[in-house]
Ligand binder design. Structure first.
Ligand code: ARG
Length: 475
């Protein structure tokens, strides 16, 4: 048993201090110190409101504010000594405040509990993470749009089952990731919309008898409004779950892009080359260029999905309201925030940095009889064959080409006519990869003109949404 004295903050009814193991399992300061800026902002807003409402004196509020500013400086400058005995960030700061300003520090906790305090700190932190994720996604989208523009007409093979399927453009392929990232961005904004309520003032769980003004603190902290139910306020963590869900989906998208970069940069594919800035060498094989950044982006869902499942599991079945289980909400969210931000930055860097071997992509687009569908479509359009029959005729043409070890466009006309005598010279106009992509003009199709108009659409939409966000922030 430890001989420590009881806790200064809550130890009134305790005769002795905690066992070492108790302190070990209970303390969160090693990780929740990350919330110090939010904790100080929350306390300053609370103290100011208490003074405005006549609950504490202006002199006490001023001393509290100045003391908190000093603590903020001590922490940013690395001069603050965090103590495990003081358990968490809230009590570390409050205890230090008492050292600096004396007993009036004790008035700060009037009409407040650590339960609403941690809820507001964590919400502010997750809110900032969602906002910076939105910014990082926007930068990724811009990088993809720039590459799409450059490669609107670059022909590459499109794959299904990782087998060459039909020719597409690299610009169109980039735009597929723009669609995914834009949905991730819109999920960030949805989550921000629901998160934007302040739990501060819910106190321990039931609210308080002091005449506090929760609208005032909500506004001071940049929230749209206060939460409406005190019990929910201290027990809700779904804002963090939503962040993790957004992060897991975004990281999944990034992992697919990363996997394609890994595949495309192999010598066998040779579609792209990563610059030295985004490659590493091997310590034994001097010829190697390894796409480590892409591989690490591909791996990040391991941690981020883990964080989502972890918090869902912590929250599952918890009775209302606060339980200490909920202290386990933070570490993995912090890790997910950092992992996603790195993955987004690395993916954006790689996209901007890739050099594209357009010749190699184009040559590869013609492999694997990728214009077979174009031949079948020609038979339907020009000869009026039902598609199923055209499919069969084309299959025979592919078999002939395969036997002769040539591409479809190199099959002699007589060979094609031996399958169907009505086939004419005109068929060759659809057998090239350029003709194939140029013909795919259906809405959302891969034709270079479509790609250009989609890029214009996205640029306009991004500007419009950024303006809307800004005017929303101002109102
Ligand atoms: N460190 C705690 C947490 O992160 C703060 C809230 C403590 N509340 C309590 N009733 N013990 O959840």
């Amino acid at each position: 048993m430890s001989q420590k004295t009881s806790n200064q903050m809550w130890g009134g009814r305790f005769a002795s201090g905690p066992d070492a193991i108790m302190e070990e399992i209970n303390a969160s300061i090693d990780f929740d110190r990350r919330l110090y800026a939010e904790d100080i902002a929350g306390s300053k807003a609370h103290a100011e409101m208490l003074a405005e409402q006549g609950i504490i004196s202006t002199a006490d509020a001023t001393a509290i504010r100045d003391g908190l500013d000093q603590i903020a400086a001590e922490i940013t400058e690395g001069r603050f000594s965090f103590s495990r005995e003081r358990e968490d960030i809230h009590m570390n700061i409050e205890a230090r405040l008492a050292e600096i300003i004396g007993p009036s520090a004790g008035r700060l906790h009037t009409a407040r509990s650590r339960n609403d305090q941690v809820a507001v700190d964590f919400r502010l932190h997750v809110k900032a993470a969602l906002q910076s994720t939105a910014g990082a996604l926007t930068r990724l989208i811009e990088a993809l749009l720039d590459r799409a523009e450059e490669h609107a007409g670059t022909v590459m093979p499109g794959f299904t089952h990782l087998q060459v399927a039909q020719p597409v453009t690299f610009g169109h392929h980039c735009l597929a990731y723009v669609e995914m990232a834009a949905r991730d961005l819109s999920r960030c904004r949805d989550a921000l919309e629901r998160l934007d309520e302040s739990p501060l003032g819910a106190a321990a769980l039931a609210g308080t008898g002091f005449p506090i003004d929760r609208h005032r603190t909500a506004q001071a902290l940049g929230f749209r409004e206060p939460t409406r139910n005190s019990l929910d306020s201290v027990s809700d963590r779904d804002f963090a779950l939503e962040f993790l869900a957004v992060a897991a989906i975004a990281a999944t998208h990034l992992s697919r892009l990363a996997e394609e970069i890994v595949i495309w940069s192999t010598p066998q594919f040779g579609f792209v080359r990563l610059s030295d800035a985004f490659s590493t060498g091997s310590s034994i094989m001097p010829q190697k260029r390894n796409p480590d950044a892409a591989e690490l982006v591909r791996a990040k869902p391991g941690r981020i999905n883990g964080a989502l499942i972890s918090l869902l599991t912590v929250m599952k079945g918890l009775p209302l309201t606060y339980s200490k289980d909920m202290q386990e909400d933070k570490e993995q969210v912090f890790d997910a925030i950092d992992s996603l931000s790195l993955a987004l930055a690395a993916a954006t860097g790689m996209i901007r940095d890739l050099s594209v071997d357009t010749e190699r992509m184009r040559a590869s687009a013609g492999h694997g009889y990728s214009t077979a569908t174009d031949l079948a479509d020609w038979l339907v359009r020009e000869l009026g064959l039902p598609f199923r029959e055209a499919h069969h005729v084309t299959g025979r043409a592919v078999a002939l080409a395969e036997a002769g070890k040539v591409g479809l466009e190199a099959l002699p006309l007589e060979a094609l006519q031996s399958i169907d005598g009505r086939i004419t010279e005109a068929v060759y106009s659809v057998l090239g990869v350029d003709a194939s992509v140029n013909s795919r003009t259906s809405f959302g199709g891969t034709a270079p003109d479509n790609v250009r108009s989609q890029i214009a659409y996205w640029r306009e939409r991004l500007t419009r949404e950024a303006d809307q966000q800004q005017s929303g922030d101002r109102s």
